[in-house]
Design a protein around this ligand. Structure first.
Ligand code: PFF
Length: 449
């Protein structure tokens, strides 16, 4: 099959990009980062960054991808020949490599729970026993590496085949199922005793507690959940026909993602406060809270299993996009090479991810810069590499590409007004670079007196 014909339908493209965006970022990462950063104020800046940075950048990546019409590296080379700009795409590939190495650890945790829920080994546990059962399980190196490997193998197999067709069909059922299961979960969470405290935590911002770390985390989170700054959106949009309305696609993806983020927050925080758990428990937060809420529902384990299946699907569709961008550059449309590179890179990612996987067990005492391997990889990706990629992307589009080309890209298939286009353009040209740079420097204490 010819690579460049992949998404001939609008829905296919939306599902693939939404599939890349919606994943562990909204469901697992958002609650734990918001929990560590005080809740409401974090949610507020996260939403602001989503609209003033991540959404315009998504449109920027779409414009690059459709102008270039090739894999990310080649697209940069085509648009800016004889320059070093294609290194932005190479940086994106490196970022995705590191990203998948720890993303797969969490994907593995979902598989672990799925196994437990399906075999009934969680039945009859008391609400506060789930956390210790979970902790013991992930501390076991064989289990934690085994499930991580399963997650990566599924990713390799799908990317090696080079078809998104089956996935698109499944996504049409899985995405609505995810939303419905979340709504059930939210209703249960909101009717728990003491749910109000969780709502207050999430929706009453206390800006006095906002730290520079929280601001950087919020920016990193807005890029992370929307897969921005790593060329994924460039790669996917390169498969698009001219008639596709880029701004409208970007707005739909961002809205779907925000909806899932809000549902996750509305499910998790009321439960955290009602059960007296710690909102700043870190990456394990979701995994402590979820079974506890489900155990309070009739047919709880059935719903929990269903939830874990769609959750795993959402995590996998994000993982596919990470491996896809690396493999698409290396294989250049050759299906033999695609298979070969999917395996080589996938296995290399697994090996690279071993220390992250063991961070919750045998390597838990080892820290670098005060962080475990897992936290370090996550920090490097979310707070350094993705913002850096986004910064370069903003500069590339607004300083290197022709304004007329950009207008043509954004207006073909849409009726975007000149005013909106110009605001977008200047936002990327001035506001985004300065803001991203300032937020990154702020954490280094550059602005402190
Ligand atoms: N957006 C994905 C999530 O929120 O789970 C994570 C992600 C996928 C980030 C692909 C970057 C990427 F290239």
């Amino acid at each position: 099959m010819n690579q460049r014909e992949q998404f001939s339908t609008r829905l296919g493209f939306i599902l693939a990009t939404a599939g890349s965006a919606i994943g562990l970022g909204a469901i697992w990462k958002f609650p734990y980062v918001a929990g560590q950063n005080g809740g409401g104020a974090f949610l507020f800046i996260f939403i602001v960054f989503t609209f003033i940075l991540a959404l315009p950048l998504m449109m920027a990546e779409f414009a690059i991808g459709r102008t270039g019409g090739e894999d990310a590296v080649t697209s940069f080379k085509k648009i800016a020949p004889n320059t070093k700009w294609h290194w932005v795409a190479i940086l994106g590939m490196i970022t995705c490599f590191i990203l998948l190495s720890f993303y797969s650890v969490i994907g593995g945790w979902v598989i672990t729970y799925l196994g437990k829920a399906m075999t009934g080994s969680l039945n009859g546990l008391h609400a506060n026993e789930y956390a210790s059962v979970f902790e013991q399980t992930i501390a076991n190196p064989w289990i934690s590496l085994g499930v991580q490997l399963i997650f990566i193998l599924i990713t390799i197999l799908v990317v090696a085949k080079g078809v998104q067709g089956g996935i698109e069909k499944a996504a049409k059922i899985m995405m609505p199922a995810l939303a419905i299961l979340f709504i059930i979960l939210v209703i249960r969470a909101l009717t728990l005793d003491g749910a109000g405290k969780g709502l207050a935590f999430l929706f009453q911002p206390d800006f006095s507690k906002l730290t520079s770390k929280a601001v950087l985390d919020a920016m990193g989170q807005s890029f992370f959940t929307l897969s921005i700054g790593v060329s994924v959106m460039i790669t996917y949009s390169s498969y698009l026909p001219r008639t596709e309305n880029l701004p409208r696609s970007a707005v739909s993806i961002v809205s779907m993602n925000i909806m899932i983020v809000l549902l996750a927050g509305l499910a998790i925080f009321p439960a955290v406060f009602s059960f007296g758990l710690a909102p700043d428990a870190g990456p394990v937060l979701l995994f402590h809270v979820l079974p506890t809420i489900f155990s309070q529902l009739p047919l709880g384990m059935f719903f929990f299993t269903a939830f874990l299946i769609v959750f795993l699907f959402a995590a996998l569709t994000s993982a596919f996009s990470m491996l896809e961008i690396i493999v698409s550059v290396l294989s250049k449309g050759d299906s033999m090479k695609r298979r070969k590179y999917a395996w080589i890179i996938g296995i290399a990612i697994f090996i690279f991810g071993i220390p992250s996987s063991l961070s919750y067990g045998v390597l838990s005492d080892i820290t670098i810069f005060d962080k475990s391997f897992f936290d370090l990889a996550d920090y490097a990706v979310s707070n350094i590499l993705m913002p850096l990629g986004a910064l370069m992307m903003a500069i590339f589009v607004s300083w290197k590409m022709k304004k007329s080309v950009l207008f043509e890209q954004l207006s073909s298939g849409s009726n975007i007004s000149r005013g909106i286009f110009t605001s977008w353009y200047y936002l990327l040209r001035y506001v985004a670079p300065v803001l991203i740079f300032a937020v990154m420097l702020d954490v280094l204490g550059v602005w402190d007196k």
